[in-house]
Write a protein that binds this ligand. Structure first.
Ligand code: FDA
Length: 398
């Protein structure tokens, strides 16, 4: 049996950060991962450039059964703190859009940086063996991996969520959390493309077309690009709204979010000889404009011909329809394609200051395994860094 101050399961974004922070505080840390290399999701993130944080980070940009849970950790380890670390390591970065920061080079730089931080803290990394037989007795947690067995007074669950299982993602953190009596908020795929069926399959013909829209579901609304796919809808606006969507709920798309409600009537006054089709084709990709006009026509809105010959009430109805195109997705592309998992280890059983389980001294849960899910755009990594740092600071503290 080998003895450590902390055993951490999962060498992903949160586990690497937590290990580095605890190690640099002088704690003897063992970081175990079943994968043959650490930080695999970091490596493929942000199209290979890792959208490592967002300068607009706020707890309001996270979903959780307790919307306030993330506040404390995010306030104590901020986007600025991570940017400072990136700067100290000489990694060049840029802001792409909406406060999203990416490496100029590659996501591998972020993994190398975290591994260097772990090395500064003498963290021992054990890769390629699944942890098993996790026990808790006499105030110590013991874990087997490969031929070895180790124990420590602190155990950190950092194995993430089950999204993208083909990359080695598992629900292991949930199994262990349940073993220790913690509750799980039902996990569901988030930041995931939505699929369409029934009458909405018309849009399949638009596969590959993208347009800036506002997508809404309930009170949530996102103004970003939507992308039509052969199975349904994707693109940032849809991925964002998918995190809020529950099966059976309606999603509404505003195809022209910058237009006033009476824009078609105003256009009739200014350009009476143009057609609705032409007007839409000026504002939207041509294939999408055609499809929408076809659909409006099948709904007997009677938009044929020049605007001058179409009654105002029909133009108003068409504008309203284009501003609120509703459909009920028949599903999502599931965990296989979900960028993150919403739900997870219930925050009610955890301290928001330290990520420690209230009922099991020495047990911590961090990162995506916890019921805190960020918007698209660097928010999920910022949660991994912040929750990892919170636990890393707390482990073994007097
Ligand atoms: P993470 O998944 O990083 O790490 C978990 C670790 O546990 C992995 O190393 C895994 O091998 C290990 N593990 C799992 N099961 C295990 C088991 N049974 N035993 C032992 N080890 C086990 N976010 C963002 O903010 N910006 C971005 O650009 C992107 N881009 C992006 C692209 C793609 C394609 C995906 C799938 C995801 C993103 N994300 C993202 C989300 C981001 O990757 C995610 O939120 C964080 O990696 C979560 O960090 P964790 O450390 O919690 O889990």
């Amino acid at each position: 049996m080998e003895h450590y101050d902390a055993i951490m399961l999962g060498a992903g974004a949160a586990g690497l950060m937590c290990a580095a922070v605890a190690g640099q505080r002088g704690k003897r840390v063992l970081l175990i991962d079943h994968a043959d290399r650490p930080g695999k999701k970091i490596l493929i993130s942000g199209g290979g450039r890792c959208n490592f944080t967002n300068i607009h980070t706020s707890h309001e940009r996270y979903l959780s059964a307790n919307r306030h849970f993330a506040k404390s950790a995010l306030a104590r380890y901020t986007a600025r703190d991570f940017i400072d670390l990136v700067d100290r390591c000489g990694i060049a970065w840029h802001e792409k859009t909406l406060g999203q920061l990416f490496c100029d080079g590659s996501a591998g730089q972020i993994v190398d940086m975290l591994l260097a931080e772990c090395a500064k803290g003498d963290v021992e990394l054990a890769l390629g063996n699944a942890p098993r037989d996790v026990d808790h007795a006499d105030g110590r947690f013991s874990v087997s991996f490969g031929q070895r067995r180790a124990n420590a007074p602190a155990l950190v669950l950092a194995t993430g969520g089950p999204s993208i299982p083909k990359m080695g993602a598992t629900g292991f953190a949930y199994d262990l959390a349940r073993q220790f009596g913690l509750k799980i908020v039902e996990p569901r795929p988030a930041l995931v493309p939505l699929t369409l069926g029934g009458g909405d399959v018309l849009f399949r013909a638009l596969s590959g077309v993208a347009a800036p829209v506002e997508a809404a579901c309930g009170k949530a609304a996102f103004r970003e690009a939507a992308l039509f796919t052969h199975r349904g809808l994707s693109g940032p606006a849809i991925l964002q709204i998918s995190s809020y969507w529950r099966p059976g709920e309606t999603v509404a798309i505003d195809f022209l979010p910058d237009r006033a409600p009476d824009w078609l009537i105003e256009a009739k006054r200014a350009r009476p000889r143009v057609t609705v089709r032409k007007l839409l084709a000026e504002a939207l990709p041509a294939r999408l404009a055609d499809s929408l006009v076809e659909r409006l026509e099948t709904e007997r809105l009677g938009l044929d011909g020049e605007l001058a010959n179409i009654p105002d009430r029909k133009l108003a109805a068409a504008a309203q329809r284009l501003a609120r195109w509703t459909f009920v997705p028949n599903g999502s592309e599931g965990f296989a394609k979900a960028e993150v998992t919403a739900g997870g280890i219930a925050t009610a059983g955890l301290s928001s200051q330290t990520m420690a389980a209230r009922a099991v001294p020495g047990l911590y849960a961090i990162g995506e395994a916890v019921d805190v899910t960020g918007w698209l755009g660097g928010y999920n990594f910022q949660w991994a860094w912040a929750s990892g740092a919170a636990a890393g600071e707390a482990i073994g503290a007097a």
